[in-house]
Design a protein around this ligand. Structure first.
Ligand SMILES: *Cc1c(COP(=O)(O)O)cnc(C)c1O
Length: 381
């Protein structure tokens, strides 16, 4: 059998990327900003709907950083952040000299827990500081409890930054993820559902805010023929070449979502009779997931655990990855406040992300199936 490595999440090409890259070269527009960037933003705005304004940037991380800047987060301010996430959700809080306050997940969506969120907000207010923002994440493409989280945020009048880096194409009650918060962010990193090689976007609901975002992202140039600056600026704009890749990629976004959802179904079939494995699935039809990554929980016993299963895949050259290690357990964030119990910690200890690339072939699926079959046959014998 072919033993070529099966990766967790490889990008797929539509074939149109080359066309738009060539256009950038023909226009001799080989810098940040430009016609492809404007077009890419427009395509995304139409896709997201709900009068969203999109600013294309050079990464999802810069999008989160700009959101914090636009919300006026400064040194010493506190920002609430879902603990179970990729470090890019939380790092920009430190860029601003602000203090991250981490909150646990709930087991239904694996995302920020409404109950613990409210406990955290009340406790921070009691100690004298109302949090300046809440960063909530649609982890692995699965929408968080939108109604509950935004009801709490509204009640305490705290803006939400919606980390939709993994959730382009996901929706809640028919409304696209990324359009619920004061700001939404997207990532087009190489392993996301579509890529621009490296890139991201900031989503807001006003043209004015978009103009502010572009201002900061292009070194905060004041109106003047000479270069004049009255504020700190950033070099965060997306390049015209990268936006060309993005325009090509948008043509297969829906196809990619379909593939990933089909892969999730493939795993559902495999695991339906294996009681030690619980495949993550959305609770009901209100939650539409792009299933960017299919994830499972392994019930540990004397013979198996998440790590033995991961190593079984690895021995067949198949990449699987533990669920994100919660931020409150990361050395770089130790010492910051945490509100919650052990939900995120448990998901980390038991959770595994399975190969979910949009281009997973029939043969690769067979290889994956075989590993699982052998693993559980051995264990049962
Ligand atoms: C990928 C990712 C980001 C950051 O995006 P980059 O484009 O890699 O900077 C932020 N948050 C989450 C949850 C991510 O998965």
């Amino acid at each position: 059998m072919n033993n070529k490595r099966i990766f967790l999440s490889l990008s797929q090409q539509s074939g149109f990327e080359q066309l738009y890259i060539q256009k950038a070269l023909d226009d001799n527009w080989i810098t940040s900003g430009g016609p492809n960037v404007n077009d890419f933003e427009e395509v995304l705005e139409n896709y997201l709907g709900d009068e969203s304004y999109v600013t294309a940037l050079n990464s999802g991380t810069s999008a989160i950083h700009l959101a914090l800047i636009l919300l006026g987060v400064k040194t010493g301010d506190e920002v609430i952040c879902q603990s179970l996430t990729f470090s890019a959700s939380a790092n920009p809080i430190l860029y601003q000299g602000a203090i991250p306050v981490f909150v646990d997940s709930e087991p239904e969506t694996w995302n920020i827990c409404p109950e613990q969120l409210e406990i955290a907000i009340c406790d921070r207010i009691k100690t004298g500081k109302k949090p300046k923002a809440i960063i909530a994440v649609h982890l692995y493409g699965n929408p968080y409890m939108v109604d509950e989280i935004h009801a709490i945020a509204d009640r305490y009048k705290i803006p939400v930054i919606e980390d939709s880096a993994e959730a382009l194409g996901s929706s809640y009650k028919g409304k696209k993820c990324g359009t619920f918060g004061t700001f939404g962010i997207l990532s087009f990193n190489g392993n996301k559902i579509i890529t621009t090689s490296s890139g991201g976007a900031l989503i807001s609901n006003s043209k004015k805010i978009k103009e502010r975002a572009v201002f900061y992202a292009t070194q905060s140039k004041d109106e003047a023929v000479h270069y004049q600056h009255s504020q700190v600026g950033y070099n965060y704009r997306m390049s015209n070449i990268c936006a060309g890749v993005g325009l090509g990629q948008m043509k297969i976004l829906d196809k990619n979502i379909n593939s990933r959802r089909t892969i999730n179904h493939f795993y559902k079939e495999i695991f339906k009779d294996i009681q030690e494995i619980e495949l993550f699935q959305t609770a009901d039809d209100d939650f539409f997931s792009n299933y960017w990554l299919s994830t499972i929980l392994v019930t540990e016993n004397k013979k198996i655990n998440r790590e033995t299963l991961r190593l079984a895949f690895e021995s067949m050259n198949i990449e699987c990855r533990p669920v994100w290690k919660p931020m409150h357990l990361q050395p770089v964030f130790s010492g910051y406040p945490y509100y919650g119990k052990d939900v995120a910690e448990n998901l980390f200890e038991r959770g595994l992300c399975l190969p979910s690339g949009s281009g997973l072939t029939k043969e690769e699926k067979e290889r994956i199936k075989e590993v699982i079959k052998i693993f559980f046959n051995n264990y049962n014998s």
